[in-house]
Design a protein around this ligand. Structure first.
Ligand SMILES: *[C@@H]1O[C@H](CO)[C@@H](O)[C@H](O)[C@H]1NC(C)=O
Ligand SMILES: *[C@@H]1O[C@H](CO)[C@@H](O)[C@H](O)[C@H]1NC(C)=O
Ligand SMILES: *[C@@H]1O[C@H](CO)[C@@H](O)[C@H](O)[C@H]1NC(C)=O
Ligand SMILES: *[C@@H]1O[C@H](CO)[C@@H](O)[C@H](O)[C@H]1NC(C)=O
Ligand SMILES: *[C@@H]1O[C@H](CO)[C@@H](O)[C@H](O)[C@H]1NC(C)=O
Ligand SMILES: *[C@@H]1O[C@H](CO)[C@@H](O)[C@H](O)[C@H]1NC(C)=O
Ligand SMILES: *[C@@H]1O[C@H](CO)[C@@H](O)[C@H](O)[C@H]1NC(C)=O
Ligand SMILES: *[C@@H]1O[C@H](CO)[C@@H](O)[C@H](O)[C@H]1NC(C)=O
Ligand SMILES: *[C@@H]1O[C@H](CO)[C@@H](O)[C@H](O)[C@H]1NC(C)=O
Ligand SMILES: *[C@@H]1O[C@H](CO)[C@@H](O)[C@H](O)[C@H]1NC(C)=O
Ligand SMILES: [Cu+2]
Length: 617
């Protein structure tokens, strides 16, 4: 009896397994990446990164469980490139994650790469170039993972995918940003804001009484946007690939790299069309040119022939808008707050000047500087030394995480700007933040930084929200937790592409021994290195003989001699260049104010703590 039941069960399980395997399919995209011309804002035609001669780029769509294969040929001629599939955990396929010099070599013009991984997640994601700050040139688009089992499948009739982004008229390579003439690190001001890659007006056809799933993704490089629909509320059902319990809301704040899926139920009447409004967060902009339109109206279209009215904008400034706080969203799976962490990383963000006079970003005084060998390849080639953070160099800011440790990141902000931080390979629990999203978000902007105090914090949520990109408030802090259950080399970085360029990122080398056991680098990825002339063995300095000898490693610029301040640099630069640059620049720096600097180490080198595999706190 028992055996036959066991046998039956075994056959049943096998049958189910076969059904599942039979359902999963391989979805293949061939991307020939070349420059094409586009004029999405109707103001200026420019070259953008196209795929197979097209821009906007194709939305990647797969079903949960599918094998996604993307064959990319770099036909740009001038630029190296790569693709990061944002939000994909790449569990056991770390080498498919995409960031250049982290998990692969840059794909030089004329070279090809194949990405190939299983998608075992659901929801709204996106893909973008992750080499040398290339995605503001248009190399970014949504990636949707359909899930026939989602709890909200029966709750809607149709779905729409919509992106929003900032937009520049200049090519990234022509924008002078890290430069002594820009000592405050004032970010380039976008020339326009796009909604689904146009400024021409998007109409979402609405049928009376039907419900629509709107997938919203901010694929911009810099500016967050508020989103609301006149005279409609909606239910939030997903953030960054994590289903949430339905939460009624009327306004969202969507930073770059964040995604929301919402359910909108159509009204019964068809007389009117309703503005669907985006408002760029102007607090992020150091100057607001008079011709830059911050808010845009698109429509829920109930009636093609009726008027399409412009939004009646609230009178208040953006900082008074009151979006839903993402920390209040409860994951549908009700994963509980993780226990006290095995490893606590106490990190502090600051904007500084180095001795070249330009503005840089540091986390605990380190400005991310790419290594000479991609960090994953150092893991693969360093044997037993892979658990020693030193082999990854001093400026990749690598922390070694132990397998299955609970990790807590405390991120304090010395800077008066906000920073949407993204972790590759994971989502994390949102445990604490001050100030929170909403009308108080900018409360500390003009006051002294407030650091997280473990002995005096608000009560942690029982079921913390989870996502992969979380905004660090000006002069405030956040605390997140995750389990290091995905061996790999993962970047943790600000998703404002300009800030990443300034070094606002660091590297988690998670469970290096397990990485070595589980990872096979395909020959094609080594060929990418060969084409680029980049080494694929050795430490961060490319040394294959002595992995602890970092001589020749890439370094961040030197600190300013004591006594120099940003104000001093600004004054110096002013006296030299203001005469040439004229009023525009004076206005720019006059408005931007001076960001914080810090010359003494903010904390002791936390790498030391990280180089042993498990630090209990
Ligand atoms: C990519 O597209 C360009 C321009 O259409 C074409 O010249 C080139 O042959 C294509 N390359 C590949 C590998 O498809
Ligand atoms: C993708 O990976 C799977 C699993 O490792 C493998 O079976 C398949 O051949 C690969 N496909 C390509 C195009 O590399
Ligand atoms: C993904 O979808 C499954 C099935 O619908 C669901 O149980 C799971 O919670 C979803 N994942 C997340 C992170 O929400
Ligand atoms: C948004 O743009 C994508 C890519 O061009 C397109 O596939 C999609 O249909 C657009 N969505 C709407 C609602 O127009
Ligand atoms: C639309 O009409 C139906 C049937 O009369 C009603 O149940 C529903 O509540 C109405 N919906 C709205 C949004 O008013
Ligand atoms: C929206 O745009 C209009 C026209 O550009 C402007 O007058 C108004 O102040 C803007 N509102 C907000 C909140 O930015
Ligand atoms: C659509 O709008 C027009 C113009 O306001 C109106 O005449 C017409 O009745 C409306 N149609 C429906 C189906 O509501
Ligand atoms: C605890 O934090 C609150 C809120 O930030 C602050 O007002 C209070 O002074 C703090 N208490 C102590 C003892 O530090
Ligand atoms: C990765 O896969 C392992 C099982 O192979 C699982 O235990 C772990 O939770 C996964 N991690 C993530 C981040 O998906
Ligand atoms: C984190 O580091 C900062 C700067 O050194 C320090 O002021 C703060 O007390 C530290 N926080 C914790 C929780 O250790
Ligand atoms: Cu930032």
């Amino acid at each position: 009896m028992t055996t036959s039941l066991g046998g039956l069960l075994a056959r049943l399980v096998t049958a189910l397994f076969i059904i599942q395997v039979a359902q999963a399919k391989t979805v293949t995209y061939d991307f020939n990446v070349t420059w094409v011309n586009a004029n999405p804002d109707g103001l200026h035609e420019r070259q953008v990164v196209g795929i197979n001669g097209q821009w906007p780029l194709p939305v990647i769509e797969v079903d949960k469980g599918d094998q996604l294969v993307v064959n990319m040929y770099n036909g740009l001629g001038s630029h190296s490139t790569s693709i990061h599939f944002h939000g994909m955990f790449q569990n056991s396929t770390n080498n498919m994650d995409g960031p250049s010099m982290v998990t692969q070599c840059p794909v030089v013009p004329g070279a090809s790469i194949t990405y190939n991984f299983t998608v075992n997640q659901n929801g709204t994601y996106w893909y973008h170039c992750h080499t040398d700050y290339c995605y503001p040139d248009g190399y970014r688009q949504a990636l949707i993972v359909h899930d026939k089992d989602s709890y909200f499948n029966d709750m809607y009739d149709e779905e729409y995918t919509l992106t929003m982004s900032d937009w520049y008229h200049e090519m990234v390579r022509d924008i002078r940003f890290i430069d002594k003439t820009n000592p405050t690190g004032a970010e380039p001001i976008p020339d326009a804001f796009l909604f689904n890659d146009t400024q021409g007006g998007v109409n979402l056809p609405m049928k009376p009484g039907k419900t629509y799933l709107l997938r919203l993704a901010n694929v911009g490089a810099f500016v967050a946007q508020y989103f609301y629909i006149e005279d409609h509320t909606f239910q939030i059902v997903e953030i960054d690939g994590v289903y949430t319990e339905p939460k009624e809301a009327d306004m969202l704040y969507i930073s770059v790299a964040q995604r929301y899926a919402i359910l909108v139920t159509a009204k019964n009447s068809t007389e009117k069309n309703y503005p669907m409004v985006t408002v760029a967060d102007s607090v992020l902009l150091d100057t607001i040119p008079s011709n830059l339109q911050l808010n845009h109206t698109n429509w829920l279209e109930y009636n093609k022939t009726a008027e399409h009215p412009q939004a009646v904008m609230p009178a208040e400034v953006a900082s008074d808008l009151d979006p839903v706080d993402d920390m209040t969203l409860i994951p549908h799976d009700r994963e509980e707050l993780l226990p006290e962490a095995d490893m606590v990383l106490n990190l502090t963000v600051a904007m500084v000047n180095f001795d070249d006079g330009a503005g840089y970003a540091v986390i605990n005084d380190i400005s991310y500087t790419k290594p000479k060998v991609p960090t994953l390849y150092t893991v693969m080639s360093s044997g037993d030394l892979a658990t020693n953070a030193e082999v990854y160099g001093d400026f990749t800011h690598s922390m070694v995480l132990g397998h299955n440790q609970v990790v807590e990141i405390i991120l304090n902000n010395m800077d008066g700007g906000s920073h949407p931080f993204h972790l590759h390979g994971h989502n994390f629990q949102l445990v604490d933040r001050a100030p929170s999203y909403g009308s108080h978000f900018y409360d500390y902007q003009d006051s002294d930084p407030v650091f997280y105090d473990p002995n005096n914090h608000t009560e942690f949520p029982k079921y913390p929200a989870r996502r992969d990109t979380f905004v660090l408030p000006p002069h405030g802090y956040f605390v997140v937790r995750f389990v290091a259950d995905n061996p790999g080399v993962w970047l943790f970085h600000c998703h404002i592409d300009w800030h990443l360029e300034q070094g606002l990122g660091m590297t988690f080398v998670e469970a290096p021994r397990q990485i070595q056991e589980r990872t096979t680098i395909p020959q094609n990825h080594y060929d990418v290195c060969k084409a680029a002339g980049v080494e694929w063995t050795g430490n961060a300095a490319g040394n294959t003989q002595n992995y602890l000898d970092l001589s020749g490693q890439n370094k961040q610029k030197d600190w300013l001699p004591a006594g120099f301040t940003t104000k001093g640099i600004v004054a110096l630069v002013f006296s030299c260049v203001s005469a040439f640059l004229g009023m525009a620049v004076i206005t720019m720096y006059g408005v931007s104010g001076i960001k914080d600097t810090k010359k003494k180490p903010v904390t002791q080198r936390s790498n030391e703590a990280a180089s042993t595999d498990s630090v209990r706190t």
